[in-house]
Design a protein around this ligand. Structure first.
Ligand code: RB5
Length: 160
């Protein structure tokens, strides 16, 4: 059965997302296009949370997000437990995000990559596995430990 891959963008990533939805199909995956549906202005967190929820709960193994820089999407997606969303702007960075960080959400900076590069980055990311070994321990340490959870519970981070 084809792997189901949720994919979403804001308006800045819309055009490249359309190309990558077709690319996912061509590569034999089953894309689940969660929007946006046009170049009309939207808020990137709304889309980041849709994809991240699926990956965080295990409804999907991996997902793809696009916005102008990739940054806003990655900030929002990485708030979800067990989501490791990494921005990749070359195939090499995409491969390393899988090999070393076990990235489970690929984030593309749509305003800074060509369509051809976007396709290459996506294909490389999908085909590259996690190396494990010494990286396993480091990836495990990304999740907040008991100390961090205790600090937050007693002294919630303040803003301003
Ligand atoms: C939209 O203009 C832009 O801010 C957004 O796509 C993204 O780059 C945010 O991080």
């Amino acid at each position: 059965m084809a792997e189901h891959i949720p994919i979403a963008s804001d308006h800045a990533g819309f055009e490249l997302k359309q190309q990558l939805v077709a690319e996912l199909r061509a590569l034999g995956y089953e894309p689940d296009d969660l929007g946006t549906t046009s170049e009309a202005s939207t808020d990137y967190p709304d889309y980041a949370h849709k994809v991240a929820e699926q990956v965080s709960t295990g409804a999907a193994k991996r997902g793809v997000l696009l916005c102008g820089t990739g940054l806003g999407m990655s900030y929002a997606a990485n708030r979800w437990p067990h989501v490791r969303a990494g921005v990749a702007w070359t195939p090499e960075i995409a491969a390393l995000s899988r090999q070393h960080n076990d990235a489970n959400v690929l984030v593309l900076p749509a305003r800074f990559v060509s369509e051809a590069d976007g396709r290459r980055i996506l294909a490389t990311w999908l085909a590259t596995g996690f190396e494990g070994g010494r990286h396993e321990r480091r990836v495990e340490k990304i999740e907040l430990d008991e100390h961090a959870r205790d600090v937050i519970a007693h002294e919630p981070p303040h803003h301003g």
